[in-house]
Write a protein that binds this ligand. Structure first.
Ligand code: NOJ
Length: 494
């Protein structure tokens, strides 16, 4: 079958849209395919077998209107009881790996360093990991996917420097108990959402709105904590376990709104304030210079004696630098970035520190989620930018997926994955970018944070009205299965 190549050029000379760009070429033999989920979004079992409350349990119970339809994750997909079915689904898809997260409050209900480990909680993950390995599926484990034990939030949450010791105790427990079978660890998922969402914008638990201060404090502690967890692996476990450790960072692609130097600068600043905020420290040791300069200057103008962006000492810079074995990217969409006149000095917050205008192109396909448009070429540009900016690291796509309102005949989702994968293939084969893994978000429909169960992103549908939470494969599951089996996006590859 022949596919038509549609090539438009935008003002800045980048290919704006290529339909089915590398559609009939084959993925390299070492390329791996997977699917993902996260503990609070799928497990349920919120208070069983010794698990304590985490910040999402807490906010859903104490402030039910925080989430659409007053939904919560009390039962979710009930994966706590149905993990064997989940693994059977993964096996049927033929994935190489499953990315899932561990619930800290299930494993260490008290949260603090030195408090008892909950054997039943640990057994659940041991059983899941064993089931995966027995079925030839690699476990890829996220240690923290936003569900902080409530006991630690009561100590102030991530802006409290003590969290470092508590997390390191948790991380060490996981390496010790599961590291014989788990070879890929991710410390944090999307720290921008934990810090900006949780302590700045308030659209993630615990829902605080102290942008420009608490979000930067949170990031600072979290980055130091990541570095410590990485070094602990190096010092105590790597020689024997031979695994790898990274951190998962999300960004949209920021496309300059015009060919002007100002808009190009705005787009680069957008990437640095989003991806670079975390990637630059773990790769090069410190925050991006543009963040340091802008936040220092605006803080001084606002009368702060010290910058709102905390400083790393020289020793800390050396310690944080290089704490990654791979670069993990969650990627969904793109935005235009336009240069703005400097924000009023009295505006205090991350967005005025960043100070760019973001908006979509009307031509980009809309989805059920307001901020989310389908922009397949964005993924190619994003991985190219990462490759150039950070000296060609190995990149894992740890999330990519499409939200809709439900239904088993999900043609738009199939199209989404086909187009994004096709652009990724071009990045690999034509641009020489070192991307080695792709992960569909998500294995099944689940609790989509403040959208509750409204937005569906799964390859499998889950009936949330039925107490058994039956799963049914969508058309996209069959498509992904075929892609994995043939390493090809269409019926026949060259
Ligand atoms: C990012 C998050 O890691 C995941 O939890 C979420 O469900 C997806 N993106 C989709 O919004």
């Amino acid at each position: 079958m022949k596919y038509k190549l549609v090539l438009l050029l935008c003002v800045c000379g980048w290919p704006l849209e290529k339909t089915h760009a590398a559609i009939n070429r084959t993925f390299p033999v070492n390329f791996k395919f997977g699917a993902a989920s996260a503990s609070y979004q799928v497990e349920g079992g919120w208070n069983v077998d010794g698990k304590s409350e985490n910040i999402w349990d807490h906010i859903c119970h104490e402030k039910p209107t925080y989430v659409a339809n007053q939904d919560n994750g009390d039962i979710a997909c009930d994966s706590y009881h149905k993990y064997k079915e989940d693994v059977a689904m993964l096996k049927d898809l033929g994935v190489d790996f499953y990315r899932f997260s561990i619930s800290w409050s299930r494993v260490i209900p008290g949260g603090v360093a030195g408090s008892p480990v909950n054997q039943l909680g640990l057994d659940y993950y041991r059983n899941l990991v064993q089931e995966l390995v027995d079925n030839g599926i690699e476990p890829m484990v996220t240690m923290f996917h936003w569900d902080l034990p409530e006991a630690l939030q009561e100590l102030g949450g991530w802006p409290n420097p003590e969290l470092e010791d508590h997390f390191v105790y948790y991380a060490r427990t996981l390496y010790k108990e599961l590291g014989d079978l788990v070879k890929h660890w991710m410390t944090f998922n999307e720290p921008k959402q934990t810090c900006l969402g949780g302590y700045g914008d308030g659209d993630k638990a615990p829902g605080y709105t102290s942008s420009g201060v608490a979000d930067y404090q949170c990031t600072h502690i979290l980055l130091k904590t990541h570095a410590k967890a990485y070094h602990i692996y190096d010092e105590e476990f790597r020689a024997e376990q031979q695994g790898s450790v990274g951190i998962v960072i999300d960004t949209a692609w920021f496309e300059p709104a015009s060919g002007s130097d100002e808009d190009k600068e705005a787009a680069e600043r957008g990437l640095q304030f989003t991806f670079g905020w975390f990637a630059n420290p773990v790769i090069n040791g410190n925050y991006p210079q543009v963040m340091i300069d802008r936040i220092d200057e605006r803080s001084a103008g606002q009368g702060f004696e010290i910058s709102r962006l905390p400083k790393f000492t020289d020793e800390e810079i050396e310690y944080i630098k290089g704490t990654h074995d791979f670069v993990a990217l969650n990627f969904y969409t793109a935005t235009y970035a336009q240069w703005l006149e400097e924000a009023d000095i009295n505006d205090l917050g991350y967005y005025s520190d960043l100070n760019i205008l973001q908006f979509p192109d009307d031509a980009w396909e809309e989805t059920v989620t307001s901020w989310f448009r389908v922009v397949p070429w964005g993924i190619r540009k994003a991985v190219n930018w990462i490759s150039k900016t950070y000296d060609n690291p190995e990149i894992f796509i740890t999330e990519n997926g499409y939200p809709d309102a439900g239904g088993l005949e999900d043609d738009r989702r199939i199209n989404y994955h086909k187009e994004y994968l096709s652009n990724l293939l071009e990045a690999i084969l034509d641009d020489g970018v070192n991307v080695t893994r792709y992960t569909v978000w998500s294995l099944m429909d689940n609790f989509e944070w403040t959208s509750g169960y409204n937005d569906k992103l799964g390859l499998y549908s889950v009936d949330f009205e039925d107490p058994d939470r039956p799963r049914t494969p969508k058309a996209s599951a069959a498509y992904y299965k075929q892609v994995i089996a043939t390493r090809c996006l269409v019926d026949v590859c060259e």
